[in-house]
Design a binder for this molecule. Structure first.
Ligand SMILES: NC(=O)c1ccc[n+]([C@@H]2O[C@H](COP(=O)([O-])OP(=O)(O)OC[C@H]3O[C@@H](n4cnc5c(N)ncnc54)[C@H](O)[C@@H]3O)[C@@H](O)[C@H]2O)c1
Length: 329
């Protein structure tokens, strides 16, 4: 398969690229490196993956990349992912997430790419009040600019699927975690807690910590993307991808503290005021993807946290040695 991956230098995108390379697929990454880094792609680039540094808002660059590479599938992951940034500057968020997605859809349709897989969010599209676990049929009610822009991109995807010869599949992720997640990112609470636990800092919880999330390991998201690209004859276009397990932020903080082995007296929660744009409960009904895309149960939370901690530890060792991945650039 020839796969073009927008946002392929990011956390999820680079994990997907590595999985595609392992399968023997030809891969072209388009990323503006605003958040992702070439160090995430170090091993992939060494195997001949091609890299185009471009902004998805640049329609010509997106079209040129697609027409030169001629992919069988486009995985569109490039996005503005910060919920708080979308609240502060919704126009910027819409520009990247709506116009950028439109450029990718338009290029795919013009070049004759048969299939596109869009990365969307189950955590930010369903609003408070949705049934838990939430099925894809729930009416979206995003509380943030980010949720609204991702939903709008989904709708454009539906429209393209109805008006062009483009098979569009939408994956709505839970809260993704795992190696390479930037602890500064809005979605990176596990990375943040792992980082804090290893550095001897207290975990920050916004609000009472009883808000819940559906945490899904990054390899399971990459595998879901490949399943969405390679499974023919599915009956639906939109799929939730998560663990299907609801866990509170307080429970999560405790699990990270236990995994790192921090004594409870040193792992006291630092409560801060709740943040705007965040839903109270989030847990996805994942039965459709399990059935139609034949996805397995995925990596459970504890081993997933252990792998994330191991990655942060190895990254800290590299940094202490002065072995910065960015030196590869
Ligand atoms: N991480 C999560 O928990 C989560 C949850 C739901 C959905 N998603 C979606 O998954 C996708 C990947 O997210 P991630 O967590 O890997 O984030 P990330 O920030 O690590 O990756 C996004 C990538 O897109 C690139 N990018 C950003 N703006 C760009 C632009 N204008 N042009 C070209 N490239 C651009 C960044 O440089 C980065 O490499 C996004 O579409 C996001 O909305 C993520």
């Amino acid at each position: 398969m020839r796969a073009m991956v927008t946002g392929g230098a990011g956390f999820v995108g680079s994990t997907l690229v590595d999985m595609l390379v392992t399968r023997g697929d030809a891969v072209c990454v388009l990323d503006d490196l605003s958040r992702g880094s070439l160090s995430n792609l170090a091993s992939a680039l060494a195997t001949g993956v091609s890299m185009v540094t471009a902004d998805v808002r640049d329609a010509d660059a997106v079209r040129r990349t697609a027409s030169e590479f001629l992919p069988d599938v486009v995985f569109h992951l490039a996005a503005q992912i910060d919920v708080r940034a979308s609240m502060a500057d919704p126009a910027m968020d819409a520009d990247v997430n709506i116009i950028g997605s439109l450029n990718v859809l338009t290029a795919a349709a013009e070049v004759g790419v048969p299939r596109i897989v869009l990365s969307s969010t189950g955590g930010a599209i369903y609003g408070d009040g949705a049934v838990i676990p939430t099925p894809e049929s729930a009416i979206p009610a995003p509380a943030s600019g980010y949720g609204l822009s991702k939903w709008t991109a989904e709708r454009y995807g539906e429209w393209f699927a109805g008006t062009r010869a483009l098979d569009v599949r939408v994956l709505r992720y839970g809260n993704v975690y795992g190696p390479r997640q930037d602890p500064d990112g809005d979605a990176g609470v596990i990375a943040l807690y792992c980082d804090a636990a290893l550095a001897g800092r207290r975990p920050i919880v916004f609000g009472d910590g009883l808000q819940t999330r559906d945490f899904v390991y990054v390899d399971d998201i990459a595998a879901a993307n490949i399943a969405a690209a390679t499974t023919d004859g599915v009956g639906h276009r939109v799929f939730n991808v998560g663990s299907g397990t609801e866990i509170s932020v307080l429970e999560l903080a405790r699990a990270v503290g236990d995994s790192v082995g921090v004594p409870p007296e040193r792992w006291r929660i630092d409560h801060r005021p709740p943040r705007a744009g965040e839903v109270r409960r989030s847990c996805l009904d994942v039965s459709r993807a399990r059935h139609e895309l034949r996805l397995g149960p995925g990596v459970p939370l504890e081993p997933g946290i252990r792998r994330t901690v191991a990655w942060i530890r190895s990254r800290s060792r590299d940094e202490a040695r002065g072995d910065h991945g960015d030196a590869l650039v």
